[in-house]
Design a protein around this ligand. Structure first.
Ligand code: FAD
Length: 476
């Protein structure tokens, strides 16, 4: 039976995302004396970096499941104990709009009535999702994102297969590989597309992040201990199998990531994890009319913000991965800045003597962490040769089953010039995931096929319903 009522919950500040950025924002909002609702689709707070296993799981050594065990415990404690904070998990914000009094966020809660959160300010900290690059067979069962493999292993304690291969680029492959190796997986190999000489030319500026480099070295030691091969300048460029993946072809890559001729090596594998960094979750910031800017190094657009983390839409603050991929070291201080700045903008919150100094401290921390993140992003930047891995038959939009050949033909036949036109002509991005997976790929292909700058060819138009919801929810 459908409950027609929609519960209305009013707070000073609505925070979307209970990851590092959202948790840090909530702490500052509460400390300043304002009220906030912290909304997250998952059943427990933590986001990606502080991800917690389901409640039903009992860990003998919970510290081993967490990065920086004490910090998230402190943040979870603040959220649980503050009378001014309300944590709403299993709660997905599916639409948002601005009204004369502030903002309305409509939330879907499975098996519960509808919820509308009304707030004077909004902090968006929705994080990012994995980026996979297409190759023939990337849509076979058993081929998944590295993040999905990490979630299976970390949250569910399940290994994805008996012979696992990881392929991609960036430091995120390392914690996934180390987790699998320590969990007893048969990890056939880890293939990093970037080549050492392309990575090490940035090593001087990487020194600033030596603590993080130390974490990376720790993961490499785990791989060495378990005898897992970790190879640079290589990538899985084909997956084959009847019902599911049975084998992969690993190629040596040139510095532009095109395949070195006659370099293919075949490996047996029944699970493949693919991870080429992350794409920011921009659906809500686009819906609320915030401005975004394309970053050629990260090959993605990000929310534009001022030094107080306020977006170009007054009252909407942004923090974490939607401002630039920088990991938790950036997300935490940015969230703190957003929380403090949003609270101070409320007329009923009195300023404290140390507010300015606190804001400046968090801003400095964010800038320092961003400098290191920028170096990592340059070290592992996508190179255009990946576009040569897929064949015309390779499906690019998996929801609508649109092939690369169809995208190419549509662009040349109808002389398409932008991504919206490609979407309308081919149905790319019109399916369940609304372009979260194929969006960055279609932007890249359209740019190179039309010879235009990715910064000017636009992105998919955002729909008012940003997450899949049942029709009953809409009826409410
Ligand atoms: C799959 C995956 C695994 C990762 N693992 C690591 C790792 O091991 N080590 C590492 O250094 N970095 C990892 N990262 C990078 C990670 O994004 C950052 O390090 C850090 O977690 C970013 O913090 P954040 O607060 O910006 O976002 P997140 O931690 O991603 O938190 C965002 C939260 O927002 C919620 N959310 C988003 N949209 C909505 C909505 N519409 N309604 C309700 N809730 C919403 C999400 O459920 C999520 O919990 C991972 C990223 C991904 C995508």
């Amino acid at each position: 039976m459908l409950t027609p009522e929609v519960e209305i919950f009013e707070v000073d500040i609505a925070i979307v995302g209970a990851g590092p950025a959202g948790l840090a924002a909530a702490r500052e909002v509460s400390a300043a004396g304002a009220t906030a609702a912290l909304l997250d689709s998952y059943s427990r707070p933590g986001g990606q970096y502080f991800k917690q296993p389901p409640r039903a799981f009992r860990a003998k050594q919970p510290g081993r499941l967490h990065h920086d065990y004490l910090l998230p415990q402190t943040l979870f404690g603040v959220v649980a104990e503050s009378p001014r904070l309300t944590l709403l998990t299993d709660t997905t914000v599916w639409t948002a709009y601005a009204g004369p009094e502030g903002f309305s966020l409509h939330c879907y809660r499975p098996d519960q009535g509808g919820l509308e959160v009304r707030a004077k300010k909004v902090i968006l900290a929705p994080g990012a999702h994995d980026r996979a690059l297409p190759f023939p067979g990337w849509d076979l069962p058993g081929v998944m994102t590295a993040g999905a493999i990490q979630t299976l292993a970390k949250s569910q304690r399940v290994l994805p297969g008996r012979k696992i291969v990881l392929s991609g680029s960036g430091p995120f492959l390392l914690p996934v590989a180390a987790l699998l190796a320590e969990s007893g997986a048969n990890l056939v190999g880890v293939f990093e597309a970037a080549r050492p000489r392309d990575i090490f030319r940035y090593s001087a500026s990487a020194w600033a992040g030596r603590a993080k480099l130390g974490e990376g070295a720790g993961y490499l030691r785990v791989l060495r201990h378990f005898g897992v091969p970790y190879k640079f300048g290589r990538a899985v460029v084909r997956a084959e199998g009847r019902e599911r993946v049975e084998r992969v072809s690993v190629a040596r890559l040139n510095s532009d990531w095109s395949i070195v001729p006659d370099s293919l090596e075949t490996l047996e594998a029944d699970a493949v994890g693919v991870g080429y960094g992350f794409s920011p979750s921009l659906d809500l910031s686009q819906l609320l009319g915030c401005e975004h800017r394309y970053d050629p190094v990260q090959a993605a657009s990000f929310a534009v913000h001022d030094p107080r983390q306020q977006s170009t839409r007054p009252g909407v603050f942004v923090a974490g991965e939607i401002c630039g991929i920088g990991g938790s070291a950036v997300a935490l201080p940015q969230g703190a800045v957003a929380g403090l700045a949003a609270a101070l903008d409320l007329s009923r919150v009195p300023a404290r003597p140390d507010d300015t100094a606190r804001l400046a401290k968090y801003q400095a921390e964010a800038r320092q962490a961003q400098a290191f993140a920028g170096t990592l992003n340059r070290m592992f930047a996508l190179q255009p040769g990946w576009q040569t891995w897929a064949t015309p038959e390779t499906i690019i939009c998996r929801c609508e089953e649109v092939t690369l050949g169809r995208v190419r033909t549509a662009i040349s036949e109808f002389d398409l010039k932008n991504v919206k036109a490609v979407k309308l002509t081919t149905r790319c991005g019109m399916g369940l995931c609304q372009g979260r997976v194929c969006g960055p790929l279609v932007i890249a292909y359209t740019a190179s096929l039309t010879g235009r700058d990715p910064a000017v060819i636009g992105s998919f138009t955002n729909r008012p319903i940003v997450r899949p919801i049942p029709l009953g929810e809409l009826a409410r």
